[in-house]
Design a protein around this ligand. Structure first.
Ligand code: AP5
Length: 208
């Protein structure tokens, strides 16, 4: 199964991707996580660090190259879930070409939809365990005592606002693109994590 999760910052892509990937036994590939890992390893150029900190996208060619290399891994033979990629039509076209050249195609694109005010609350109160990558929320899924928590620098409210504006401007054409290919499913992302994953498994036609 080759899947894409699309949605604004804080929509729950990472949270739901982990659940689906564990169940379907496919890797979760998050361009945001890959870029943050490159930054932590001092391998991300300064201009890209600044773009991320400002809530802007990095250039298409950077993420396309990351995805091209990562999806060649043997763990991707059975499929994968792309979380946060593609975000623009040129990225989507590059992904289509990449998969076509390997004799594959995307099976489904899941777009998580959540009202703006809720997105800001979800992102600002998000905390991630540095050791396990587990995603928590200070109000809705509080971390256990002793967790080694990280607050993403781009989860400050002013940066989240800018990321939302970037999403709206850059991703506006992406959903119609996938709609025209008839592989898009819009999912209501409001409700408990369990309720949202029930909706996703229903459209994937997979048992939870
Ligand atoms: P990225 O890391 O991809 O960030 P994002 O898309 O903005 O998404 P988030 O990680 O903020 O949110 P999420 O939807 O995964 O939500 P989560 O599950 O954590 O990108 C970061 C940056 O990298 C970009 O700004 C850009 O600079 C760059 N970049 C990355 N990809 C790129 C690309 N393709 N092209 C160009 N640049 C790129 O949930 C959020 C919170 O809500 C958590 O606390 C969670 O516990 C909570 N929560 C989740 N579900 C629920 C629920 N149902 N109820 C209550 N709380 C919930």
């Amino acid at each position: 199964m080759r899947l894409v999760f699309v949605g604004p910052p804080g929509a729950g892509k990472g949270t739901q991707a982990k659940i689906v990937c564990a169940k379907c036994n496919i890797p979760q590939i998050s361009t945001g996580d890959m870029l943050r890992a490159a930054k932590a390893a001092d391998k991300l150029p300064q201009d890209l660090i600044q773009r991320m900190a400002a809530g802007a996208l990095v250039p298409d060619s950077v993420v396309v190259d990351l995805i091209d290399a990562r999806t060649r891994g043997v763990d991707c033979d059975r499929g994968f879930l792309l979380d946060g990629f593609p975000r623009t039509v040129p990225q989507a076209e590059a992904l289509d070409a990449m998969l076509r050249a390997r004799g594959f195609k995307l099976d489904r694109v899941v777009a998580l939809e959540v009202p703006r005010a809720m997105l800001i609350e979800r992102a600002v109160l998000r905390r991630t365990d540095k050791r396990t990558g587990q995603i928590y929320h200070l109000k809705y899924s509080p971390p256990p005592p002793g967790a080694d928590l990280e607050h993403r620098p781009d989860d400050r409210e002013d940066v989240v606002e800018r990321r939302l504006a970037t999403y709206e401007a850059m991703t506006a054409e992406l959903l119609p693109y996938y709609e025209s290919l008839r592989i898009l499913n819009r999912i209501d992302g409001v409700g408990s994590v369990d309720q949202v994953s029930d909706r996703i498994f229903a459209v994937l036609g997979a048992a939870k």
